[in-house]
Design a protein around this ligand. Structure first.
Ligand SMILES: [Mg+2]
Length: 153
């Protein structure tokens, strides 16, 4: 369910931006960007999602003091291993792929990603943006196996 405060905020943003657009504040050449921004704001405010900043803040509530890259590396490997083990058991041992369990384990991986960000002093949002930018440069037209094989690294 959409938070009432989010819904009101979105309504104010939409009305403000549409009013500015009607007054010709935005040049016609910016209208695509304007619409994309409006769509993005709509998607964000309409979701029940959690922002990267909010996740990082809430997750690190349970991080111990004095964590270091050793905690990060071993924790990431351990939780990733739990995901890999569930897939292995599904593919080769006839286990049902327990999706709620997978979801939980992916959350554990994410928690260690947040811990890595804490150790590195960067935000999860920056990591996410950086990854998307890298992928856009690497695969501007979407993934291509041929382009992937042609990469140096
Ligand atoms: Mg786990």
């Amino acid at each position: 369910m959409i938070d009432e405060k989010k819904a009101q905020t979105l309504k104010v943003i939409k009305l403000s931006l549409k009013g500015l657009a009607r007054q010709g504040v935005f040049p016609q050449s910016d209208m695509d960007e304007f619409q994309a921004a409006l769509d993005s704001a709509t998607e964000y405010f309409s979701s029940d999602g959690i922002s990267p900043e909010e996740y990082q803040r809430l997750a690190m509530r349970t991080a111990a003091d004095g964590v270091d890259w050793g905690n990060v590396g071993l924790g990431l490997a351990g939780e990733s291993g739990e995901v890999a083990d569930a897939i292995k058991k599904h593919l080769y041992q006839g286990h049902t792929l327990d999706l709620p369990h997978m979801k939980e384990e992916l959350g554990d991986v994410l928690w260690y990603v947040a811990l890595a960000c804490k150790c590195g002093g960067f935000s999860m949002a920056d990591v996410m943006r950086g990854n998307i930018e890298k992928l856009k440069l690497r695969f501007p037209d979407g993934f291509s196996a041929e382009r992937s094989r042609g990469r140096d690294k």
